[in-house]
Ligand binder design. Structure first.
Ligand code: VGL
Ligand code: ZN
Length: 199
């Protein structure tokens, strides 16, 4: 098997002090760096929104963390975060980015959010990651990063659905844990056949 480490959204805005800070988001960086040597390939994702993105509460005159209905389904409205080229969108300064074979950006479509590294939130528009993995012969993925209950969860479920052998190392993830989202994410990943735990 060819096994890749998929590092989800370890960016300043998801770390303490950032616009959408995940508690302890920075704590996982040394462990992720150390894990990189254990894999055949290392891939990083980067949440990468244009200013005024449709997932931002500020674009709807709504409160951050409220819900809205998009043409593709319900959507959480987030604080402005990971705006293309901003310091908040940059990777955490200590993350070893030189080791990455591929950096894949997502969320750049103004009208559609993209939690998953594989598909935008309409669940049909591909990012291209699947093709990259298949043409490289990668058939196994371990996911780490931020946030467990959103981008890690959606990416892991899509990965398993696409037939990749998929695990999430929860020791190297941190969650937003908003309105029961972490429990729902853990159950959803397990139901999709994702192996979860301190692996
Ligand atoms: C994420 C909310 C909005 C994530 C990205 O990386 O989990 N969450 N954009
Ligand atoms: Zn985002």
């Amino acid at each position: 098997m060819t096994h890749a480490l998929l590092v989800i959204d370890v960016q300043n805005d998801f770390c303490p002090g950032g616009a959408l800070a995940v508690a302890g988001g920075n704590d996982i960086v040394p462990g992720i760096n150390a894990a990189m040597d254990d894999f055949d390939a290392v891939i990083l994702t980067q949440d990468w929104h244009p200013a005024g993105h449709s997932s931002f509460a500020s674009s709807h005159d709504a409160a951050p963390m409220s819900m809205t209905q998009m043409p593709y389904g319900p959507q959480v409205l987030w604080p402005d975060h990971c705006i293309q080229g901003s310091p908040g969108a940059a990777f955490h300064a200590d993350l070893q980015t030189d080791r990455a074979d591929l950096i894949i950006r997502k969320g750049y479509n103004p009208a559609i959010d993209s939690y998953s590294a594989f598909f935008e939130n309409d669940k049909t528009t591909p990012t291209g990651l699947e093709g990259y993995l298949r043409t490289r012969g990668i058939d196994q993925l371990t996911l780490v990063g931020l946030a467990t209950d959103f981008c890690v969860n959606y990416s892991a479920v899509d990965s398993a659905k696409l037939g990749f052998k998929t695990s999430v190392n929860t020791a190297l993830c941190r969650a937003i844990d908003f309105d029961g989202s972490l429990d729902a994410a853990m159950a959803g990943m397990q139901a999709a056949g994702v192996k979860t735990g301190q692996i």
